[in-house]
Design a protein around this ligand. Sequence first.
Ligand code: SAM
Ligand code: ZN
Length: 431
Amino acid sequence: MLSISLKPLSSSSFLRPLIPIPIPIPIPIASILCKSQLHVERGIEFDVGDTFFRHESAIGRDLGVLSAALHKKANGTLRLIDAMCGCGVRSIRYLAEAEVDFVIANDANQEYRGLISENLSRVVKGFEEEVKRWEVRHLDANRLMMECYLNKDFYDFIDVDSFGSDSMFLRAAIGAVKLGGLLYLTSTDGYTSGGHRPQHSLAAYGAYIRPMPFCNELGLRMLIGGALREASTLGYHVAPLFSYYSYHGPVFRTLLQVKRGKLPDNRHYSFISYCKQCGSSQAFSWGQLGKIRCPCSENVGGSCVVSGPLWTGPLHNAPYLRDMQNLASQWEWISDGVGKDLEKLLEQMVDESDPKLPPGYFKLDEIASRAKVNSPSLANIMNILHKKGYAASRSHIESNAIKTNCTMTECVSIVRELQQSLIMQQSRATL
Ligand SMILES: C[S@@+](CC[C@H](N)C(=O)[O-])C[C@H]1O[C@@H](n2cnc3c(N)ncnc32)[C@H](O)[C@@H]1O
Ligand SMILES: [Zn+2]
């Protein structure tokens, strides 16, 4: 059971002018005429009209719904803010599938009002037995969440499905969620997590991000780290329950639980290095700043790049993922053909939750090119790594990559030996 307590109004820093000047949301002329475009997701029908909608985000919505349902089961009730609801598909699914008690479906664009209300009414009446189930609002998300905070009207689950690297919603979202409650956050800025705009990532998430081969994992770590930084200004910390990268977009999503107190010793909020010389990456704590170097490069200057501070701990919580898997299979979302991707994704996430695995991953192509051999089979390398006692898993982010606590240098030797033994087997077979 998750324990929930209401937060006191505390930090005066929170009362700084955090609400930006409301952004005028352009109203597409077409939306006034609002063409009907019916879609079905997990058997639920809704109209997306001219709103921004991606059917590829369905798995992201599945994950949110499973989490909301688990939270409701654990706590008995659940009130939720869908802060950027578009056509309202998430609100519908949270109401119908996770059976949440009450949803605010908010989108700054007032032109979506009719569409959102119609969609919600299709699945759940606004009032049931005189209890209000949902409400449509059209506020700037920051204003909405800030008002909730100021009114001490805290929510159990807040979903902020924002565009780009808009980190300005983080603090208001953390302020408006209950302690023990969940925040489902999004970033779609792959360019910044690719290390191409370090000044931008520094301004948005407080992390100086440099180009590294596992940049999409960095994108998730940057988002979690940014939320952690905002939470700590309010005296809280966040813990990721799952983190999900999808190349459509790209989209970086993370589900965070907001907890009382700051992160002990800044554990898991630190720096990641990548050595261009040998291909290894390492996490460094704050205390090790100034001593960052790769063991291989004693004599090679400038081979190490460093990104941070960002989240360096596990991307997911394995027991939580198991609960999600169980619920998905109870709902027959797993092994139904449709849910194949979800099943595979959750299994890979469980594997990569091993706390022995460091941040980052090695792409097979990089290992092969360093070993000067053809790309080996991922299953073969994983087998050998496990036999040698290393932690190793696939990455849900990059299908052709391995997460492991073995060094790149050792992986290169393994791949060379593997190639040698294959050549010997083939020559024996031709004799
Ligand atoms: C990525 S779309 C939402 C998609 C939707 N959640 C889904 O799953 O289909 C983002 C939405 O946020 C709205 N929006 C943009 N800026 C906003 C703001 N500052 N406050 C509230 N809504 C905003 C846009 O109108 C857009 O509909
Ligand atoms: Zn090195």
